[in-house]
Design a protein around this ligand. Sequence first.
Ligand SMILES: [Zn+2]
Length: 407
Amino acid sequence: MIRFDVEGETQDMNNKWMLLPLAAALLLTSCQSASGAVIYHNQSLALAERVEQTVRKSTEIQLSANLGTGNPDAPEQEAFSSCLHFVEANRERYLLYQEAHPDLSEWDIVTQVNIGLDHPYYTNVQTVSDPNSLLVLCNKYWKLPDGYEPSDLRKLSSKVAVGSANQMRAEAADAFERLCADAKKEGYTIFAQSAYRSYSRQVSLYNQYAARDGVEGADTYSSRAGHSDHQTGLVVDVKNASLPYNRFGETAEYQWAKDNIHKYGFIIHYPPGKEGITGYQTEEWHWRYVGQKAATEIYNLGLTLDEYCAIFLANSSDEIPSLLSDTPDALTLSQGSSYTFSFQPAGALAVPTFTTGDGTIVTTSGFQYRSGSYLLSVQGLAPGSTNLYATFDGQAPIRLCSITVRA
Ligand SMILES: [Zn+2]
């Protein structure tokens, strides 16, 4: 029952190679009877129990929800509490939010309530405790401490800055200049239009916009002072050589940038389709520095910074990620092919690095956290037999299976 896609063609592998958690997603989503009971086809009871345990621990709330359906005695809030980012103190809020948004999954309810979206914008506002963190979140529920100004601002090189607001924190400035230089080599010209803004600068900008478009209008594109990402010193609004910054989404530079800036530690903080999460219109030009590791995870998981913080920083005592697996038989892979396979890392949402026995990195070109599926490309791997490992940041490698790479 493990589904294994080879270049788009789905094959049902039998239990020959058994990544147990890998099986969980497909077993539980595809094998529910009309009565709602979960049926495990062709699996022993022991395996069914282990799958259930894995899923209970897994980060995939959809699966937990399915389990909830199969167990009518389970309390209603059980599905919430198996979410990685469930916060006990928010339990009542999750239930109220679910009543108001019955179509949302439990996972999304927990995420959105953790962000604060069950309250109107600019209410329940809290002050961030570490404004110097690269992951500092400034949004409509979190503000910087009064008088905050980063201590390590520096001017961007005049080669990459066209506006007068051209300072960034040193690490972000270095990364941005490197990004611009590399983009240039590929034929793309990127300039900084507006980077650091002080509290008082934001006061006058916001007031100007509010006078023109009203408070409601201004709130869709401009932050109230103290809530601006720009005040962190980690943000740059960019443009290309020919169009104004607010048409950056139409440029060839944007087409390059959206799949490359994470390599330099940047994310697009207000991406298309996330207006309801961030509370801002789409701004392809507004790049936020978070460091390479977080930027890559945010990019791979298709999240915004707001969601990332609501998921990863909700509980400080994260379990150590572990991947439960049986020992599978050898898997034969063809050079130059891509393979999709799924598993659920138990305990934490994280993106592992895949390697072979000699440490060669197996390229991952996609990851869908909802289905837990990874797309691995078999390219440049030495022919022969080796093992495939997954390594979570700071953890020992976990052996997944043995593989034979065809020449
Ligand atoms: Zn901006």
